[in-house]
Every structure is written in C-alpha cells, then in structure tokens.
Ligand binder design. Structure first.
Ligand code: ZN
Length: 230
C-alpha cells in the first residue's frame, strides 16, 4: 500500500497504516467523550436544554476549508448559528442544498443575519484561476470564474499575486452576497420584516480576525431592480 496523502507514513507497511488510521479515527470519540464531560460538568442541564429546540439568529455560509470553523471563530455555542459550508462559500441559484438551508433558516427559523464568509488563502478561489483541469470540481469553480469575469479589469490591473488573490476573495464574497439578495426568500422577508440583514465577511487564517466588508445592498447592488421578485 503506497499512501501519498494525509501525512501518514509512506513506508508501505499495511499494518502500521491500519493502526494509524484507527488511531486518527478513535481520537474523535476520545475528544467527544471529553467534550460531553466538560459540558455536563459546567452545566448538568446542558444537553437537556439543547433538546428543547434551536433559535439561531445567524445563518453562516462559509468555505468547507477545515481552517474556518464557523462556531469557533465567532465564539458561538451549539444552537446559536445555522451553518452551510461548501467550496469557496458560493451562493449558486441552482444549488438545492444551499437554497433549502436558506429557505429554512429565513422562513422557519427567522434568522436575523445571513453571513457569507470567505477567507484569504482559499484553495477554491486559487484553483478556479489556475488554468488547469481539476476534474468534476471545475464545474463548481466555474462560478468563481464568473466572478473574475465581472471584475476582470480591476483584477488584471494588480500585479502582486497575493494582493490580487485577496481582492478576488473579497469580490467573490461580494458577489455571493448579491446572489443572496436575488433570492425570493431574502427579498420577501426583508420587505416584510426588515431582516435578515446580509453581510459579507473575510476571515484571515493568518491572524484569526474577521473583516466585515460593509456591503450596502443599495449602494453596492444598483442593478437590484431587475432581480426583484417581490
Ligand atoms: Zn476556501
């Protein structure tokens, strides 16, 4: 067995590989038991309270990247944040998964804030602009290339690659926030109740801080009218 990924030993010893796989898997249960004990020790009613239901105020749409854990970076507890993650935090209007999460959280849970959170160093954003095939995922990444096309002149004017990447990440978040505003669920509830507010964030994995892009739907989305459904 030759393992070429994941940081496991590559010496071809199958028994060692199996042991290391068992260990990495078992770790999750060890952690889980410790987490349960900690929670119950602080509050014996902790899990009982959670079974009463959820009333999250936020929907977080983030990247699947393992370095962007929604609850940890926002200091929110179980029950506080509804979460959807996909590669490069995209809002794609044919994605039945995202749309289901969005409809449920907006119309049933009545979340007050919908957040699109991108991050610098995003592998999905980088891969989209690489000009090489990655397999099936290219179909998903094409949505990011569409963002590039919309802002091509601004992006091509930047010569520093890192700076260009960071702007691309920000512009991608901005476009996904606009995509949220195009949906009937968001439009109707904003019209009826004045919320959910929509926000665009960029998380910096290098220092842990979240930056609010301060997107103003009226100012940043002048073509809004054509998308109005309600
Ligand atoms: Zn990412």
């Amino acid at each position: 067995v030759k393992v070429i990924f994941g940081g496991f030993k590559q010496n071809g010893n199958k028994k060692e590989l199996m042991e290391s796989l068992d260990k990495s898997y078992e770790k999750l249960f060890v952690n889980n038991r410790k987490w349960v004990e900690d929670k119950v020790q602080k509050d014996p009613e902790y899990f009982k309270k959670l079974t009463a239901g959820q009333k999250p105020e936020y929907l977080f749409i983030g990247c699947s990247d393992s370095r962007v854990p929604a609850n940890e970076i926002t200091g929110t507890d179980p029950g506080e944040m509804f979460v959807h993650r996909n590669i490069a935090n995209m809002v794609v209007n044919t994605d039945i998964n995202l749309l289901s999460v969005l409809q449920y959280s907006v119309e049933v849970l009545n979340v007050k804030h919908v957040i699109v959170c991108g991050h610098y160093g995003c592998g999905g954003v980088k891969a989209a602009l690489e000009h090489q095939p990655h397999g099936l995922i290219d179909k998903w990444l094409r949505n990011i290339q569409d963002v590039y096309r919309l802002h091509m002149h601004e992006l091509d004017a930047i010569t520093d690659e890192e700076q260009k990447h960071r702007l691309m990440v920000e512009l991608n978040v901005r476009e996904q926030v606009i995509n949220l505003l195009k949906t009937s669920f968001i439009q109707r509830n904003r019209e009826l109740y004045g919320f959910p507010q929509v926000h665009g964030w960029v998380y910096d994995i290098a220092d842990g801080y979240i930056k609010d892009l301060k997107i103003d739907p009226d100012k940043d989305f002048p073509e809004y009218k054509i998308y109005k459904l309600v």
